[in-house]
Design a protein around this ligand. Structure first.
Ligand code: HDE
Length: 754
């Protein structure tokens, strides 16, 4: 390897590799053979790398170690030191005048340790504070090379990426599964500099002009007096704003649809939202909208699952992403573009391309795949990577240019500004996660947290003192040259164009494109959210908006709220549906789906083992649920229990298999509750009953064998219902359950129970 930094990094990792790790047990902790309970006082060999650091590293196209690798070895050795590298004999006791005496002011270690702790937090993002991220690789198909000169879109060009997913409204510690838009921000470390595609999982936005962004966010955030509710749009100020600004109707409808509660970050679409301009090698331009299409399809939770998860596992999406990557089920998306001729009007089939409340139906402009994104490594430090990553819509590379969308213009200011208060100064591009992999040679100097040691005396140009360096590059040498778009002479005005005035055709198209069950969910979501508002005027105004979108939608929500149906705001627009907007239908890969296997812990262990193996072979995650923890079965064939009746909850499974008659035997953990259940007329452990009933209610696949029908029946699950499979044994039953999982939910059952 010719790269000296990579060689140095390799040497250090080699030196850090343990001679021999403990066979069975926690890495770095004494193995079971060691009786020692005291803290080790001398090193037993360096800690082995954590599992998430041993996965495949994203590698730049030239094969060089990433900047992040170099930063990861900045701290090393096995001795505790202070920040200056001086070794320390004790980190648990302050320096005192006698063991019971006063702490001495001269304790410089205490002072440094506590000072640093006091400053560990930085301001959270003003929006999108709650997030999870992963490293990966983007491989261009070359299909866009005819319309964009961007090198990373070239055929088989591999570019390291870092992707951060997020919710919008909640604070850093809020729950993952709230009803909200999700951020989908991608940093491409291309050979021509960093390109950030800072998108969302919905193709439209609440407002058309960035000047309203502080307003819509103030309305969505918790009320300023009591700071509640957290991470929710179900409150008066949000609905007050979005009904007074009817341009928000379309995005609000997306939020109230199943898109607002994704099953997983791995199962969301992503959208650039704005119209961008691609530029080819000759300077020719094409308008485009960016789409990310998940290989696993677009899937959602149902509202009750989302609510339960908020308490049972507030980290559900974060955990799901990290677990899938660690298990090797690397999530993938295809990047696609819709293309439109770059005409002076910037409209397509009558749709204004500069209005970010509009989407262009895929039936009118198909999404053409241009590359593949694979996420293949988890961050090794949340703060250094996920928290400190700084995206900016102005991070562009040659071949990708902007349009005059007024929402985009405001973002170009906002993203730089916000990094300064969040990351403490203008040098945030030097943080390891933000550093370009392309060579940087700027004339930016000094400032807070400057880590570069610049050489030369002439950070200006032209100069005659540094040999004229740095030199400029035209388009033919990779320079970023703005498209010379003609700007018509006009008067300065604070106005929106006439074409921004239609706020209802697009929401109506979305509504008409939904399947019956998706419409039911939307009606349920509005009824819930408006039911949480206190102000009658807000609810009534929201109903007027809804009847304008669709009479049935308005009527159903009005009925749920117990309010009269108002008149629409104007004529209900005539539009045709776009079937591509519905998420119901299709057959999708089941990678990383979670299958719970409930057992009584004593009978049918061989079947449980076989089914567990079959789940793994299908690329899914099996979780064995038994009355108590520990292992079931005996000897070599014993199986580890991952969930007990106490810790299992239906919401973490995509399907549940019932091995035999769980909870009805005289097992240790279940017996007491089974008796209690028997006292109430049932025979199944109530916790198993709840698990099965919820799984059924949420439209998920259920399978069972060897007498499982008794447990299902006791849980109120009709064994002849759609999506309930009773088979002769585990593996056979699983085959049918996998088929059901391919469609995500058992929709027919769901409609019946909705
Ligand atoms: Fe953002 N947005 N935004 N936004 N946005 C931020 O930047 C802003 C908008 C999006 O994972 C902030 O670094 C304005 C649309 C994502 O780090 C801030 C406007 C879309 C993320 C900001 C918008 C987005 C942000 C806060 C109206 C989809 C998270 C922290 C013009 C296309 C990125 C930060 C991450 C973050 C401003 C509208 C997506 C304040 C002014 C439209 C995914 O700069």
């Amino acid at each position: 390897d010719s790269n000296p930094l990579k060689r140095a990094a390799d040497k250090i990792s080699e030196a850090l590799r343990p001679a021999a790790g403990p066979e069975d047990g926690v890495p770095g902790k004494p193995g079971p053979e060691s009786p020692q309970v005291d803290e080790p006082t001398s090193p037993r060999g360096p800690l082995p790398p954590k599992p998430d650091q041993t996965g495949p590293e994203p590698v730049s196209p030239t094969g060089q170690a990433t900047r992040l690798d170099q930063a990861r070895v900045a701290q090393g050795g096995d001795r505790l030191t202070n920040a200056q590298g001086t070794r320390l004999p004790d980190s648990d006791h302050s320096l005192k005048a006698g063991a019971r005496g006063p702490v001495l002011l001269q304790d410089h270690h205490l002072r440094e340790k506590v000072m640093h702790f006091d400053h560990e937090r930085i301001p959270e993002r003003v929006v999108h504070a709650r997030g999870a991220a992963a490293h990966g690789v983007f491989r261009g198909y070359g299909t866009a090379s005819g319309i964009s000169r961007a090198a990373f879109l070239g055929k088989d060009v591999e570019t390291p990426v870092f992707v951060r997913f997020s919710t919008v409204l909640g604070s850093r510690g809020s729950a993952d599964t709230v009803r909200d838009t999700r951020g989908f921000a991608t940093k491409f470390y291309t050979s021509e500099g960093v390109f950030d595609l800072v998108g969302n999982n919905m193709p439209v936005f609440f407002i058309q002009d960035a000047i309203k962004f502080p307003d819509v966010i103030h309305a969505g955030k918790p009320h300023p007096d009591r700071e509640i509710p957290q991470a929710q749009s179900a409150h008066d100020t949000f609905w007050d704003f979005v009904t007074l600004h009817t341009e928000a109707t379309h995005h609000t409808l997306w939020n109230m649809s199943d898109r607002g509660i994704p099953r997983s970050y791995r199962m969301m679409e992503g959208f650039g939202v704005h119209t961008f301009r691609l530029v080819d090698a000759e300077g020719g331009t094409t308008l485009v909208k960016f789409h990310w299409k998940p290989r696993l399809g677009v899937h959602s939770l149902v509202w009750e699952e989302a609510q339960l998860l908020g308490g049972v596992d507030p980290d559900f999406h974060r955990r799901d992403l990290a677990d899938a990557i660690e298990a090797g089920a690397y999530p993938q998306w295809e990047l696609g573009i819709q293309t439109f001729p770059d005409t002076p009007e910037q409209t397509f089939e009558g749709i204004d391309l500069l209005d970010a409340t509009n989407l262009v139906p895929e039936e009118l402009a198909p999404v053409q795949p241009v590359g593949l994104l694979t996420l293949n490594a988890n961050p090794s430090n949340y703060f250094a990577e996920t928290e400190q990553v700084a995206f900016h819509v102005g991070h562009l590379v040659p071949g990708i240019d902007l349009t005059d969308d007024p929402l985009l213009a405001g973002r170009l200011f906002s993203y730089l500004d916000t990094q300064i208060s969040r990351l403490g100064g203008p040098n945030f591009p030097q943080l390891p996660i933000n550093r370009p992999h392309a060579q940087v040679n700027d004339m930016l100097r000094d400032g807070m947290h400057q880590t570069a040691v610049h050489r030369g005396v002439a950070p200006y140009r032209p100069n005659s003192l540094d040999g004229g360096c740095p030199f400029l590059s035209g388009a033919d040498e990779g320079g970023y040259v703005e498209t010379p778009v003609r700007v018509e002479a006009a008067r300065k005005v604070r106005e929106a164009p006439e074409s921004f005035a239609d706020h209802f055709s697009q929401p109506r198209r979305f509504w008409l494109s939904m399947s019956p069950v998706e419409r039911e969910h939307i009606i349920g979501a509005y009824t819930f959210e408006l039911g949480k508002c206190y102000e009658q005027a807000v609810r009534e105004r929201a109903l007027r908006v809804l009847v304008t979108v669709d009479a049935e939608l308005g009527a159903q929500v009005a009925a749920g709220l117990g309010l009269p149906v108002p008149d629409p705001i104007g004529d209900v627009p005539r539009v045709s549906p776009s079937p591509a907007l519905s998420q119901v239908g299709g057959d999708w890969p089941v990678d990383g789906r979670v299958v719970g296997v409930v057992t009584d812990g004593t009978t049918g262990v061989d079947d449980v083992r076989a089914v567990r193996q079959a789940v793994l072979e299908a690329g899914m995650v099996p979780l064995v649920i038994a009355p108590t923890g520990g292992r079931i079965g005996s000897g070599e064939n014993a199986l580890t229990v991952q969930r007990t009746y106490v810790t299992a909850r239906s919401v973490e499974f995509d399907a549940v298999l019932v091995a035999g008659t769980p909870g009805t035997g005289d097992d240790a953990g279940g017996a007491r509750d089974a008796k209690a259940a028997a006292g109430r007329g049932g025979t199944t452990d109530p916790r198993v009953g709840l698990l099965l009933a919820e799984t059924y209610r949420h439209g998920k696949a259920l399978g069972g064998w060897a007498g499982a029908d008794a447990a299902l029946t006791a849980a109120g699950v009709p064994t002849d219902a759609p999506g309930v499979v009773l088979g002769p044994d585990g593996p056979t039953t699983l085959r049918d359950v996998i088929t059901l999982l391919g469609t995500h939910r058992v929709w027919s059952r769901f409609e019946a129970t909705a």
